[in-house]
Design a protein around this ligand. Structure first.
Ligand code: AMP
Ligand code: MN
Ligand code: MN
Length: 336
């Protein structure tokens, strides 16, 4: 337990299989799901540092650009997402972080070949659809960053302050700043170990949550205006007006956290956020409290996620998707 928190034996043995393909030299490409979040970016940046410290050159190759709010974590020259498909094709090993579904890699799914091992570190409930490779996957982990921490601990890789900072961002963002149900005693111990490595929580808070462009706040104000609440079933939802991102010069990352507002209303058990995305598709974010299982609900629509936070994407138009999803949500809530 090099980094101060013991690693369960099954995780440690899975970690060793992942480390074995990484330590073999060669080119390593690191990637995560479309619209990377703090856990995706934090996990890949931490692994980038851990590998660099061992003389292994890695390259970050994501399907969509790294959101501005996480750029402070990314070392110079590490991010090659603008030519991600080429990086993945040229790699000897690919590490997929924070997702097990090939489909959530967007256009990059076609670059992943069966010829190179695809290692995966993830904490989603859904069964993966990636090609063969070593896996460190468990839904019990609060964040993928927890599993990168376990990998380092299990194989004796010391954490530098840079790697610790990236892991802290992953844990902070995926636990909703230590508020959500996945805030386990273990992940708090890990956060403590990361602070002992020199992480400055106030400066991280500042970078992640308190450096917003004005448009993010104006966008939030506009989206919150659309709130609808159905107290009899415990349902609430908001809708992003189709051209709102453009008008506020915002990105998908700026919507992060808005769905917490409908969820925060007393008596609401299921909260939804609807928005149009590229190719006339509609994305729905599902959030729940208590025993409402949104992983189950989103699976019905080909989506995935965790029990209290999930998502799915649909063929438009928006009004029809809303009708379908709201009908399913009401029926689901009435049944429990
Ligand atoms: P989001 O609503 O985008 O914040 O995502 C909440 C959770 O659901 C995350 O764990 C995502 O990885 C997962 N998720 C979001 N969208 C999809 C999708 N289209 N298909 C499968 N899982 C998704
Ligand atoms: Mn994620
Ligand atoms: Mn995650």
């Amino acid at each position: 337990m090099l980094n101060g928190v013991p690693v369960p034996p099954d995780r440690a043995s899975a970690a060793r299989t992942v480390a074995a393909v990484l330590a073999a030299g060669g080119r390593v490409a690191l990637t995560t799901h479309v619209n990377a979040d703090g856990d995706g970016v934090g996990s890949e940046v931490a692994l980038w540092h851990l590998l660099a410290d061992r003389g292994v050159t890695a390259s970050i190759a994501n399907p969509t650009p790294i959101p501005e709010r996480f750029e402070f974590l990314v070392p110079n020259g590490a991010d090659h997402s603008s030519r991600a498909a080429k990086e993945i094709e040229a790699a000897d090993v690919v590490v997929v972080l924070d997702i097990s579904d090939l489909g959530r890699l967007g256009d990059l799914q076609h670059a992943i070949k069966r010829s190179h091992p695809v290692a995966c570190l993830d904490h989603h409930v859904s069964v993966g659809s990636l090609p063969e490779g070593p896996r460190l996957v468990t839904p019990e982990a609060a964040a993928t960053a927890e599993l990168v921490f376990d990998l380092a601990s299990a194989v004796g890789w010391p954490l530098t302050p840079e790697a610790a900072r990236a892991l802290y961002v992953g844990i902070l963002t995926d636990t909703g700043a230590f508020r959500f149900a996945n805030t386990s005693p273990r992940v708090l111990r890990i956060a403590g170990a990361l602070l002992e490595r020199g992480v400055d929580p106030e400066s991280i808070y500042q970078s992640v949550y308190a450096s917003a462009p004005e448009g993010r706040v104006r966008l939030m104000a506009e989206v919150l205006q659309t709130l609808v609440v159905e107290p009899d079933v415990g349902l609430a939802w908001v809708t992003v007006p189709p051209d709102a991102l453009r008008r506020h010069n915002a990105t998908a990352d700026d919507l992060d956290g808005i769905v917490e507002y409908p969820r925060s209303i007393a008596g609401v058990r299921l909260a939804l956020l609807f928005r149009t995305i590229a190719h006339g598709r509609v994305k729905v974010s599902f959030r729940s409290v208590g025993d409402v299982n949104v992983a189950e609900l989103s699976h019905r629509f080909g989506g995935g996620g965790h029990t209290r936070a999930a998502g799915a994407s649909f063929e438009g138009p928006l009004a029809e998707v809303q009708e379908t999803v709201l009908a399913a949500a009401r029926e689901y809530l009435r049944g429990r």
